[in-house]
Ligand binder design. Structure first.
Ligand code: PIT
Length: 355
């Protein structure tokens, strides 16, 4: 039995050997795979369960509209990035098909659903020990991405899936649609992401770095342990201005049940200056992620009762926001007009969030 909180092999039953994916035509998809039930829909387009005809192996197929050449370029980049990534905590790409108006990515199948949805289930019991298990896996995955100089740039709860209903303690990171190669000394300036989880340098259009992902991990940790979103404002504009002010506190009563080490961890990750944040490897050496699993204390196995109540509200609020975004995107498409906004960043973000 592995030490609690310290991941060993975490590939699980759905792992398959890594292979380089090249594009194929849409017609070949039907030749090679049988499309079965929908697995989910919404934010990533549609995801279906598919079965490879020759082997009977099951995969997830993500289907997205891809009409403009620029969209096709984005998918080509996503595929290029996924081809480079081989880590048990990162969802693997198996095949890719281009049609005239859509792209289908055949991906490793995970069946546990979104991590935060599972935590919001009544049967789930969130403890700090379990939170450490998740954060170790996230930091291991992103440390690996950073070791090959790729930034994820869209880390948020929706992009963390549970391996299977029987392995809710094991996670996989998904969605490399915003991932970018990081070249030291070449400034990378991009305006996208999800307002609640983006770092101040994204909002300020300053150069991004590995610390940009570390900030998002800090926000995810804050939400996981409290159910509260540290920078959430009444609208996107206010959220972004809260991010740049960078002030967080642990005043809410829910933090009474959270250890000092956890608060110190969050504080270190949410440093306003990118270069002041720890690397993912340093995160893994922080006492919260390194010593706590080895202490194995009863206090770390207590339910985070207040956080659980807050998390249920957090999950339902985000579901509501997603459906509003989907309706807005539809209206924009139908009207054929761009949303008018004086702020370029807000404009870009709402477009991307509705994607
Ligand atoms: C699964 C099961 C499931 C959803 C997904 C995969 C989605 C994966 C995904 C991968 C990406 C992306 C967006 C979503 O950009 O319910 O096995 O690369």
């Amino acid at each position: 039995m592995a030490t609690p909180g310290i991941s060993t092999d975490v590939g699980g039953p759905h792992t398959f050997p890594h292979k380089l994916v090249t594009f194929r035509t849409k017609e070949m998809l039907q030749d090679l795979y049988v499309v079965k039930d929908p697995l989910g829909s919404g934010r990533f387009g549609k995801v279906y369960l598919v079965e490879e005809k020759t082997t009977g192996k099951k995969f997830a197929a993500k289907q997205c509209a891809c009409r403009r050449p620029s969209q096709r370029k984005d998918f080509e980049l996503e595929i290029e990035v996924m081809n480079e990534l081989k880590h048990p905590k990162l969802l693997h790409l198996f095949d890719a098909f281009f049609g005239k108006n859509e792209v289908t990515l055949v991906l490793e199948l995970v069946t546990g659903g979104e991590l935060f949805d599972r935590i919001a289930d009544d049967s789930f019991d969130l403890t700090e020990q379990l939170a450490v298990t998740y954060l170790r896996q996230i930091c291991e995955a992103i440390a690996y991405m950073h070791s090959v100089n790729i930034l994820h740039l869209d880390l948020k709860p929706e992009n963390i899936l549970c391996l299977s209903p029987d392995h809710l303690d094991l996670i996989k990171i998904i969605d490399f649609g915003f991932a970018r190669r990081y070249t030291p000394n070449t400034p990378l300036k991009i305006m996208f992401g999800t307002p609640e989880f983006v770092a101040p340098e994204v909002v300020n259009f300053d150069p991004l770095g590995k610390g940009t992902d570390v900030w998002s991990i800090g926000v995810i940790t804050y939400v996981l342990l409290s159910g509260l979103s540290p920078f959430m404002g009444d609208d996107e504009q206010e959220t972004l201005s809260n991010v740049t002010s960078g002030e967080i506190d642990f005043d809410d009563e829910c933090f009474d049940e959270v250890s000092q080490e956890a608060k110190d961890f969050i504080h270190k990750l949410l440093q306003p200056k990118e270069r002041h944040r720890p690397t993912c490897l340093e995160c893994l050496e922080h006492p919260w992620l390194y010593e706590m699993p080895r202490q194995n204390l009863d206090s770390h196995r207590k339910s985070l009762a207040v956080a659980i109540i807050n998390l249920k509200k957090f999950v339902s609020r985000r579901k509501w926001m997603r459906s509003i975004n989907a309706v807005r995107a539809m209206n924009r498409l139908q009207a054929g007009v761009k949303k008018q906004s004086s702020d370029d960043l807000t404009k870009n973000m709402s477009k991307l969030n509705a994607k």
